[in-house]
Design a protein around this ligand. Structure first.
Ligand SMILES: NC(=O)c1ccc[n+]([C@@H]2O[C@H](COP(=O)([O-])OP(=O)(O)OC[C@H]3O[C@@H](n4cnc5c(N)ncnc54)[C@H](O)[C@@H]3O)[C@@H](O)[C@H]2O)c1
Length: 453
């Protein structure tokens, strides 16, 4: 799906005109190169700042970044003339008061004009609920407000996101570093203005960062096209064996998608009572194990509630929430150590959307299901998380009439729609061993859509 406005204003006279008229100026985002996935990890040197008593934590972060062969600096003045920062990491894990935020915030402000296109700002802070002292809680929540506003000020495809650590998660834990690496990399292109909670130090650094899913077996529902097909491709690129599921009517395109990654195709309707048992039989026969389930299949049956019919309501609920709930009863037992259940929610499920009472009921339900599964899975080192996409360029959104489509596309900090691959990258990250400390969460992939938080 092409975004002609973006093509027009990405360079030359179109760009100058958009600037002059004060129109949105989206730019092509920094996305992963399929031939060299994480190279370069960031588009320039990385500045590590700290606030409050976080100096030692910042040193630990800087050492780990050096281990990733990045050019790391601790002083904003250390950049040669003409060069631009690839990323700024701000370590704020030991704040005592909001007064501790002024120093690093203003230091960051001083370097923003020298951020590279597609650059990154990432904060590392701590969960507010864990602190009793009002000044500490104020400082910790202050980081959230700061980060969300900053993300709206960045330009040229740069993003700002935060990692919120539980009190007993060291900054050097694999789960903290895994989240940091994801947010610095091109894999997080359409993730903006988000605060990602890392609640535990569980998880492991993969043997090979570019193929973290080596040897894992993944099932993806709704794999024949759109976001599902992109998830299949990215999970396979990251080393997984993938089984794709879709309805028989989509059989031909399902085969094409699955053949392209040497995966296997299973035609079935996920609303069938025995769907999970059939998926499990198929997976066990071929691979002997199941590690990752991605509940991606979904449908739309939009209508204002005053015009809603029972079949539109029931069909939607059956596919988008009741099927995942039923299938999980089987999958939770079958998942191996370190298993992952990742489900597709939507920003409509968070903020609501006119004409989508049925869809938002189901997609908010996905967030609830995910939260409730988390403690059950944690006992086995497994996790359940959701991804909430905003406006993504797919067949589904191509059907929106032109004017509302243009408005929906621009209504986020990156001023453009995301691509299926952007959602797929977030899912592959949550499936990876380094995301083991993230459980029960919903990660928005929406370019900081203006709706909801
Ligand atoms: N496109 C967006 O902007 C967007 C935004 C937020 C959330 N999402 C969610 O992401 C997911 C994928 O969206 P998409 O845009 O790629 O949709 P899509 O319509 O392009 O693809 C959905 C796939 O699911 C399959 N499917 C539908 N019902 C099924 C069933 N009963 N059994 C098995 N397979 C079934 C379809 O055949 C299709 O291949 C959905 O859950 C959707 O709600 C999409």
């Amino acid at each position: 799906m092409s975004d002609k406005y973006l093509d027009l204003v990405s360079g030359g006279w179109g760009r100058s005109l958009a600037k002059k008229l004060g129109l949105p100026q989206p730019v092509p985002l920094r996305r992963t190169d399929p031939d060299s996935v994480d190279r370069p990890l960031v588009p320039g040197p990385v500045l590590v700042l700290d606030g409050g008593a976080s100096v030692r934590a910042a040193d630990t972060v800087a050492e780990n970044l050096l281990g990733w062969e990045l050019d790391v600096r601790r002083d904003p003045d250390e950049l040669a003339k003409g060069r631009r920062w690839g990323a700024v990491v701000i370590v704020l894990t030991e704040l005592a008061s909001p007064a501790d935020l002024g120093g690093p915030a203003l230091a960051l402000g001083g370097v923003l004009r020298r951020m590279a296109p597609g650059g990154r700002v990432v904060t590392l802070s701590r969960r507010a609920d864990d602190a009793g002292d009002p000044a500490v809680v104020a400082a910790r929540l202050g980081v959230d407000g700061f980060l969300r506003s900053l993300a709206k000020e960045l330009r040229a495809g740069a993003t700002a996101n935060g990692i919120v650590l539980g009190d007993d998660v060291p900054v050097g834990a694999p789960s903290a570093l895994g989240a940091l690496r994801f947010l610095l990399s091109a894999r997080s292109a359409f993730v903006a203005g988000q605060l990602l909670p890392v609640g535990s130090a569980d998880g492991a650094v993969p043997a090979d960062w570019s193929r973290p899913l080596t040897g894992r077996v993944a099932v993806v529902t709704g794999a024949a096209r759109g976001i599902g097909a992109a998830i299949v491709a990215v999970l396979a690129r990251d080393g997984a064996h993938v089984v794709g599921v879709d309805v028989p009517a989509a059989g031909e395109s399902l085969s094409r998608v699955m053949n392209s990654v040497r995966g296997s195709a299973l035609q079935l309707d996920i609303t069938a009572q025995d769907a999970a048992a059939r998926i499990l039989d198929h997976v066990r026969e071929r691979h002997g194990r199941l590690d990752v389930v991605v509940h991606n299949a979904g449908i739309l049956r939009d209508k204002l509630l005053a015009n809603m019919t029972p079949d539109r309501w029931d069909d939607l609920l059956a596919v988008n929430i009741l099927a995942p709930l039923r299938m999980n009863e089987t999958f939770v037992e079958a998942l191996g150590e370190g298993g992952r259940i990742i489900s597709l929610s939507s920003t409509s499920g968070i903020a609501g959307n006119r004409g989508q009472t049925n869809y938002a009921t189901a997609k908010a339900g996905i967030i609830g299901m995910t939260r409730a599964l988390a403690p059950r899975l944690a006992a086995n080192g497994a996790t359940a998380n959701a991804v909430a996409p905003g406006f993504i360029e797919t067949d589904m959104t191509a059907r929106i009439p032109p004017v509302p489509r243009q408005v929906a596309r621009r209504a986020n900090s990156l001023q453009q729609g995301g691509r299926p691959v952007d959602v797929a990258e977030a899912i592959a990250f949550l499936a990876s061993p380094q995301a083991g400390g993230i459980n029960g969460q919903t990660l928005r992939v929406c370019g900081q859509n203006l709706v909801g938080q």
